[in-house]
Design a protein around this ligand. Sequence first.
Ligand code: SF4
Length: 187
Amino acid sequence: MGLTISMQNTTIAYDSKVEGEVIVTQADAVINWIRKHSVWPMPMGLACCAIELMGAGGARFDISRFGMEVMRFSPRQADCMIVAGTVTYKMAEVVRRIYDQMAEPKWVVAMGACASTGGMYRSYATLQGVDNIIPVDVYISGCPPRPEALLDAMIKLQDKIGTERSVKNLIPKKADSAELAGAAKES
Ligand code: SF4
């Protein structure tokens, strides 16, 4: 039996006749493969788009086919924020705080016109796109987008996770190291 899957940073090649019980691959490929098939979403439901998000969890669309049905309402246990709905300035601070409380690595999906751009609300009360306060990985168009559109976005997010330099990202950046050293000195 032979199996070869080849994508950037997710190369897996296996032939049981040659390798027996051993699989040789790259650390990035294994880490990315695990991460992309165990995304735990934080459902940031702010308006009507959240109903479509709920629909994606039902039997008809069944987001659990992708291993993503474990919606967590604690930011400590989630790694993908799905912003579903209109982000008002009143809520923007809360969205940002919850995003900050999520551990790395973390991703964001802007679901629908409101979350992506403010949608039809060109008003003083509405943030014109959640990417003004947090980085967005995938945008979904539509008002409202259907559950299939959310699933399509999550598949695109999986593709993106599959190309990440996971091992390299484990090493703290210079700025982070300096901050850690400063914090250690103060304490
Ligand atoms: S994009 Fe449309 S459906 Fe979604 S929150 Fe805005 S108004 Fe509601």
